[in-house]
Design a protein around this ligand. Structure first.
Ligand SMILES: [Zn+2]
Ligand SMILES: [Zn+2]
Length: 348
């Protein structure tokens, strides 16, 4: 089969590799769509280099083969399956931190080599644990393009579940790439007043079609508008979501949030970076700085429902669908917001 293999450097190589062999409790999935995720881009050029690998974990596809012990799935069934699933029984799982479960850190999908997602290949071996605990069955007419958004959107649904918000809350979302737009769409559906900050004009305008009540090119513009609005505006937001891993944006979020509110860091996963924090902000102003990582498999069905209910134009999040041979162009588009790209999907 064809696969985009990472062997170091910044590019992937299209190679012929064997179709994975499955165990009796596993299935082989034919990948129909796989989204490019910022974490795929981070892994390229990583130090120390990890290779060879086949990345890609935002996938949707069709069952191509079932192991002899598999009873719930048949060849031809359509599904989305995540690359991680928690054990459900350890201390972390029992105390509401399933993304910190040691089992969750393992990867259950591979196209060959050390498991790394495998979606940038024609076929993926789906491990029993993720198949049984982190899969979504798709009904017949669903679009594979939209289905490929289930994994990334489930991480946003989980992050929102960590916010204390009500229908009259004000939430600022900094960054309106595909993830930021998902936050905007989902929060506005809950009745929250969403203000977005995004320098890229196209993305800023799109945020309004996803339900943002106001969209600003910079934090300074948002602050001036809030000052003009008077008391309620200068109180600050109930929550500020930072979707870009930028120290400046994190510092700004802590200034934009009201006393007693929450700053949510999403995608700030670079170890080693640091931001100065004023302890009085946490103690006297009672601001919670929280994060969210990965998904909660209990929210998968809810994610699929909200996506397929189409109350927001989710398919507009997909700017490109490209063949596997164009994988390096796909990565380049996803890396550069000025390209006009949002979510880039690969069709192996
Ligand atoms: Zn992802
Ligand atoms: Zn666990």
């Amino acid at each position: 089969m064809r696969a985009a293999v990472y062997r170091g450097g910044r590019e992937l190589l299209i190679e012929r590799i064997p179709i994975p062999t499955i165990n009796p409790d596993e299935i082989l999935l034919r990948v129909v769509r796989c989204g490019v995720c910022p974490t795929d881009l981070k892994k390229l050029g990583s130090d120390p280099p990890v290779s060879p690998r086949v990345f890609g974990h935002e996938l949707a596809g069709v069952v191509a083969q079932t192991g002899t012990e598999v009873v719930d799935w048949q060849v031809g069934d359509r599904l989305v399956v995540l690359h991680h699933a928690p054990c459900g029984t350890c201390h972390y799982c029992r105390h509401g931190s399933s993304a910190q479960c040691p089992e969750y850190r393992k990867t259950g999908l591979t196209a060959g080599f050390e498991p790394a997602g495998g979606g940038f290949a024609e076929y993926v071996r789906v491990g029993a644990h993720v198949l049984n605990h982190a899969s979504v069955r798709l009904s017949d007419p669903t679009s594979f393009d939209v289905a490929a958004l289930i994994e990334p959107m489930s991480t946003v649904v989980k992050a929102i579940s960590r916010l204390r918000i009500a229908a009259d809350s004000v939430v600022i979302v900094i960054g309106q790439g595909p993830t930021g737009l998902m936050f905007t769409g989902l929060l506005s559906l809950q009745g929250v007043r969403v203000r977005t900050v995004e320098p890229n004009r196209g993305r800023r305008e799109t945020s309004q079609t996803f339900g943002a009540s106001e969209a600003f090119p910079s934090v300074d513009d948002l602050v001036s508008a809030a000052q003009r609005a008077g008391d309620a505006g200068s109180r600050g937001a109930d929550a500020v979501v930072v979707t870009a891993s930028s120290a400046t944006a994190i510092a700004q979020a802590c200034q934009l949030v009201r006393a007693g509110g929450q700053a949510l860091l999403f995608g700030s996963t670079h170890p080693g970076s640091s931001v100065p924090i004023e302890p009085s902000m946490i103690c006297a102003r009672e601001i919670d700085i929280i994060g969210s990582y990965g998904t909660d498999v209990r929210l998968l069905d809810e994610t699929a429902s909200v996506l397929f209910a189409s109350l927001r134009p989710w398919s507009r999040l997909i700017s490109h669908v490209l063949p596997l041979e164009s994988i390096n162009y796909a990565l380049e588009l996803a890396r550069n917001p000025e390209s006009g790209a949002l979510k880039v999907l690969v069709a192996p």
